[in-house]
Design a protein around this ligand. Sequence first.
Ligand SMILES: NC(=O)C1=CN([C@@H]2O[C@H](COP(=O)(O)OP(=O)(O)OC[C@H]3O[C@@H](n4cnc5c(N)ncnc54)[C@H](OP(=O)(O)O)[C@@H]3O)[C@@H](O)[C@H]2O)C=CC1
Ligand SMILES: N[C@@H](CC=O)C(=O)O
Length: 445
Amino acid sequence: MDSQPTACTLSAMGNSVRVGLLGCGTVGEAFAELLVERRGAIEDVTGISLELARIAVRDPGKPRSAKLDSGLFTGDPYDVVKADDVDVVVELIGGTAPAGELILAALNAGKSVVTGNKELVASSGPELYAAADRAGVDFFFEAAAVAAVPILRPIRESLVGEDVTRVAGIVNGTTNYILTRMTADGLGFDEALAKAQELGYAEPDSTADITGADAASKLAILSSLAFNRSVAADDVAREGIVGLDREDFELAAQFGYVIKLLAVADRFPGDTGDEAGAQIGAQVFPALVERDHPLATVRDSFNAVFVTTSAAGELMFYGRGAGPRPSASSILGDVAAAADHLRRGTHRRVPVGAPAAIRPTEDLEYSFYIRTEVDEAPGVLSQVTGVFGRHGVSIRKVDQHGSESQARVVFVTFPATERALNAALDELRGLGHVRGVGRVLRIYK
Ligand SMILES: NC(=O)C1=CN([C@@H]2O[C@H](COP(=O)(O)OP(=O)(O)OC[C@H]3O[C@@H](n4cnc5c(N)ncnc54)[C@H](OP(=O)(O)O)[C@@H]3O)[C@@H](O)[C@H]2O)C=CC1
Ligand SMILES: N[C@@H](CC=O)C(=O)O
């Protein structure tokens, strides 16, 4: 909701809004160029002239885009956040420090802030939202979740009256690109990652992408806004895509699936259906997705998120989830919105819900795909299925391929809790004829 007059209004500044940029790397440079390219068109539509006033970088001596005035650059970010000639600060340094303190300094100096920094928003969101509200300015971060795709604003505004029960989908462009290239072109993991880095999809430290940490931050942001409960990145259980091997991709295809890194958050009502006992389950994991499911067709750096609500039903948000220009587009949209608020003397508060009660991962239910290596010996298969059965895990499909002495057996289960599955796997690992239990994958429904 728009609230309270902002610290400085456009009437005091003419029709010009001055933008200060922190960071001019992969995304920052694309944003600065897009602003310069589109400022005339933005002025035509909004009547506001966006002016790039200052740019802070680590090394002002580095060669920069010829489209940017070299006189704008400084090596001191406080030259931007404290400057009198900056109205909106755009933070594209990344990481939690010094980005967090710079954003706080900018907000406290009465400047609206736009960022694409999911790591920071997922870890310190409530503190930053409160600082923005106290200062009467905007804090926008659309590019922090699913880059180019407008999803946070629709969740906050269009769906404000809705009861959201699920947010689920593909929210990391790098890993989706890697999985697509590995499946479609047979590229190796390292080669596919190097290409994703070259294309500007990966984080400055790509470990965040491949371990699922980046997706976990995005899911924390999405679910905090969708469920109006504060979910932190640490509340999101995560598994990345490291260690998936060719055999997993081949077997998935054989069973009619593709492998995707998914982020899934569900809101479970309390026992009596009330808000008081409600819990949120939030996880990031590589999953088997049926070949004809819409998520299976989301390729390369594209992302897609389904938002399920009680009245509207299922909504799908789709588009580029990574990359310099797509991210720049989203940041520019936020800057234009913040500038418009300055003109109207308002700001939009980010709602901060109470901390979410998190459902333990072990209580979440899925169907599972489990790859095992067992000795070819009489009765082994029934011994293994017996173990699953004892722990309440029912088997839906078995696929066995073997040599004379050893067989690879793949089990697909009916839905079971992770607790039941883990207990069955612990017992299986202790069985004499079981040589190995490979990666277990959840099956998305
Ligand atoms: N890649 C993508 O598709 C997307 C990325 N994002 C987010 O965008 C943000 C930026 O990522 P990316 O552009 O890849 O990062 P880069 O590493 O490419 O760029 C970082 C920039 O910050 C500058 N910088 C670093 N430290 C300081 C400092 N102490 N003071 C001033 N400037 C500093 C660097 O300066 P110098 O140039 O001198 O080294 C560089 O210009 C991250 O939060 C990321 O998560 C969000 C959406 C999509
Ligand atoms: N590294 C991220 C960039 C966008 O948020 C990704 O690959 O999704």
